[in-house]
Design a protein around this ligand. Structure first.
Ligand SMILES: NC(=O)c1ccc[n+]([C@@H]2O[C@H](COP(=O)([O-])OP(=O)(O)OC[C@H]3O[C@@H](n4cnc5c(N)ncnc54)[C@H](OP(=O)(O)O)[C@@H]3O)[C@@H](O)[C@H]2O)c1
Length: 350
């Protein structure tokens, strides 16, 4: 069994696998029903492949519990060192309806519930989000989490989907943020224009989602007619809107053809090229790749075998340069209440 998979330091004392196993795909309501036992065995397969870092959230219904069951089932195997240690990254996402009446007790209850569900004494990384920045409270949430960190319940604090203006406010409060989880892919370059400089100044690492656009960035969609809603799952619904922002289906097809040529050259799949593209970007510590099951693990392991060279990047960036978006700061489009990106979201899952 080869558990050797590239790792990054999120901070000097904390290392993660460069591909993180994304948890949203296992949550209730994302796609099809999942088989719990199979999902637990799949987690073991990821860890055996060296993909030891898992991403989840308090709002991914049922996923923290599933990871907790996996850790419990293989407790002795972890203790004996037969399986390497797992890092679990969760999120703290207060419900939209709670924001006006938000309290420290509510934050603590969310964190305590995550601890209980995952079955650990301390959460490795808590990434927080605030649905509506016009409602005060996100700085309080940051302070609450910092206090819970001091109390030993949280190891590191991260954020997700904050733009530079609001991230700076959080940093000015003295809260130590080690990472920001953002959408970053061949289709979405918004982090470069917005948060990258601030992250450089504060040594904040990027953890990226959407690297495969929910599966659109694969051979499966080459030469296929433009799909329309209803799509197979929530990720595809989300990223079809990003393809529209990018410039539409024809330009997306041109991108897929370009990625396929690069993939053939390196004897890998389009997905691996798309993931590698993001991993080679500045400050990126990891790509969070969604997994319904373990069927893509062998392909993902091929990430170890190649790097994109300057000709590959020139070709890919040549297509990207024709795109018209998505534009604006990180998550700006998604935060527009009446916009099409916001309309597909679920705001009160806690
Ligand atoms: N903070 C946020 O707002 C936010 C938002 C979205 C996601 N996330 C996190 O990011 C994770 C990733 O989710 P995502 O929605 O962005 O999806 P994604 O990672 O872009 O796409 C995942 C899908 O790609 C396909 N796939 C995976 N590896 C592959 C490979 N090597 N070759 C071919 N196909 C492959 C699989 O589809 P099939 O199973 O259909 O083959 C999989 O379900 C989530 O689980 C979650 O943890 C965070």
């Amino acid at each position: 069994m080869n558990r050797d998979f590239p790792r990054s330091d999120l901070t000097p004392n904390y290392s993660i696998s460069q591909v993180l196993k994304g948890g949203w795909q296992l949550s209730e309501g994302h796609s099809q029903m999942i088989d719990e036992q199979q999902a637990i065995e799949d987690m073991r397969s990821f860890v055996e492949a060296g993909i030891t870092t898992f991403d989840c959230a308090d709002i991914y219904t049922g996923v923290e519990e599933l990871i907790g069951k996996f850790l419990k089932k293989y407790k002795s195997t972890f203790e004996s060192g037969e399986l390497p240690a797992v890092q679990v990254h969760t999120k703290c996402v207060p419900d939209l309806d709670e924001l006006p009446i938000f309290t420290k007790a509510y934050t603590e209850a969310l964190v305590d519930r995550s601890l209980k569900r995952i079955g650990v004494e301390r959460l490795d990384l808590v990434q927080f989000y605030w649905w509506d920045l016009s409602i005060p409270g996100y700085l309080d949430l940051a302070q609450h989490l910092a206090e819970l960190q001091k109390a030993g319940k949280i190891r590191y604090i991260g954020v997700t989907n904050f733009d530079a203006v609001h991230l700076r406010e959080i940093l000015n409060e003295g809260v130590q943020v080690v990472s920001i989880q953002v959408q970053y892919s061949v289709l979405d370059q918004r982090p470069e224009e917005d948060i990258l400089e601030l992250c450089k100044q504060h040594d904040i690492k990027l953890l990226c989602y959407g690297t495969l656009a929910g599966g659109f960035l694969t051979e499966r969609y080459i030469g296929v007619k433009e799909p329309h809603e209803p799509l197979e799952n929530r990720s595809l619904t989300k990223y079809k809107l990003i393809i529209d922002e990018f410039g539409g289906w024809d330009l997306f097809q041109e991108l897929l053809v370009c990625l396929k040529a690069v993939a053939d050259k390196h004897k890998v799949g389009i997905a691996e090229v798309a993931i590698k593209y993001v991993l080679q970007k500045q400050l990126v510590a990891g790509a969070i790749v969604g997994a319904h099951n373990s069927k893509h693990i062998e392909k993902i392991k091929k990430l170890k075998t190649f790097e994109l060279d300057k000709n590959d990047l020139k070709d890919i960036n040549g297509v990207i340069s024709k795109s018209k978006g998505p534009k604006g700061n990180v998550y700006y489009l998604e935060r527009q209440k009446d916009g099409k990106h916001a309309k597909i979201m679920r705001y009160n899952l806690n």
